[in-house]
Design a protein. Sequence first.
Length: 156
Amino acid sequence: MIINDWAIAVFLTAACLMVFLYVFFKYTKLGVAMRATQQNQHAAKIMGIRVERVFTIAWGFSSFIGAIAAMFFAARSTLDPAFMMEPFLRAFAAAVLGGLMSIPGVVIGGELLGLIENLFGYFWPEWKPIVAFLVIIAVLCIRPSGLFAKHYVKKV
């Protein structure tokens, strides 16, 4: 595979977004509020976090990141109504594999998923399209919180 300008731009943009999101969620007041809201919406509201505003900002962030991903993906493929389903499935499988609460875990999960998919694609090419499904099922059966996320138990 030849590394071209498009691949370098995708890599640099993704790396910058990951570093930004890690720093944002770890060190900013709004990022901590978003994490708290995700953990327990009612407790966050009791602690004075404006949950509705956090949801609005989270939707804005996700729309912005999705638009960037769609822009890069659309540059290399044809447009149709379901053109983001394949990368969405792979991204979701990587997030489940690494743990939905761990950004570094999601990155490592994406790398592991890529290795697993290419290994299956080399030995059994007909199985490559369903590897992401198999990874999601296996991780949810073995370790539901993912490989790198902390498992929270709700005590009553």
